[in-house]
Design a protein around this ligand. Structure first.
Ligand SMILES: [Zn+2]
Length: 283
């Protein structure tokens, strides 16, 4: 079933929302897959959508390519300046992120796989042990030589203090330090995913009783492949997205609308019902 979100005379919860809520309530092992759409209401731009950063500025995509980053010091300097100014550092989780915490509190969340690198699920209160950040995280920095991980704020402090391309300070023995190139701990274009993360996500998708895909066009693989994996294993598929996705045809229900408004009504009914009534007035 496919339906448009609230609009016009919609003063009652939308039928697609009610169907999605019933399916969620009947499920006890839910895998959630989130994409950029869940974070846009927190002020974080979508990189690949129609008005995305990469779509409008191919130069930004070039900077995010591993080979360019590793070979071009100027690309690294620009990347560090961009990281310093990222909207993520001031972003707060929105009602979409918070609704998923409710799902976890009632014991139904098995694993939350996210394509996002912003860390907002953990900031909202989702147990970090249940989160698989399949494209990495921008809240940490990794050394491309020795693999050492450092909190991002520590390295940004060095950039603010004047190091425009900070290198790894990990001790190497004697008075030497590693000196390797540092990069945010995200998966760049041209970089392999972490196989342990991918395996964990695939295992979860093949053992869940419902897969809830939120805010993703489901066009970037291998994350998008979790949807058919869950479907073939017999799980229900619920898709919540502002636009159509590549897997709408195999979904049990598709909820089309603003995610931070629709999601509370789907996964946290008691809060969501109130929220909808407040937003759209009495029926
Ligand atoms: Zn190092």
């Amino acid at each position: 079933m496919t339906a448009d979100g609230p609009g016009g005379p919609a003063t009652r919860p939308h039928p697609a929302v009610a169907t999605a809520r019933r399916l969620l309530e009947a499920s006890s092992r839910v895998v959630v897959l989130t994409g950029a759409g869940i974070s846009t209401d927190s002020g974080i731009p979508d990189f690949r959508g129609p008005s995305g950063v990469f779509t409008k500025n191919p130069e930004a995509q070039k900077l995010a390519t591993l080979q360019v980053y590793m070979s071009d010091p100027e690309a690294r300097r620009r990347s560090w300046r961009n990281r310093l100014e990222s909207p993520t550092w001031n972003a707060q989780p929105n009602e979409g992120h918070l609704a998923l915490v409710q799902l976890e509190r009632r014991g139904a969340l098995d694993t939350l796989v996210t394509q996002n690198i912003d860390g907002l699920h953990q900031a909202a209160g989702t147990d970090p042990a249940r989160v698989v950040e399949i494209h990495g995280t921008m809240r940490e920095v990794t050394c491309m030589t020795c693999g050492a991980r450092t909190p991002m704020p520590d390295v940004l402090d060095r950039v603010k203090a004047g190091e425009d391309d900070p290198s790894c300070l990990e001790a190497k023995g004697g008075n030497d330090v590693c000196g390797g190139i540092l990069k945010s701990a995200t998966i760049s274009f041209g970089q392999n995913l972490v196989s342990a993360d991918l395996e964990r996500a695939e295992q979860a998708a093949s053992h869940c009783d419902l897969l809830l895909a939120i805010g993703s066009s489901l066009s970037v693989y291998p994350a998008a492949g979790l949807v058919p994996t869950a479907h073939l294993s017999g799980a229900k598929i619920v898709i919540v997205n502002a636009e159509r996705t590549d897997y709408d045809s195999i979904a049990d229900v598709v909820v089309r609308g603003p995610i931070s408004e629709m999601l509370p009504g789907i996964v946290a009914p008691e809060i969501g019902a109130l929220g909808l009534a407040e937003r759209h007035g009495p029926a």
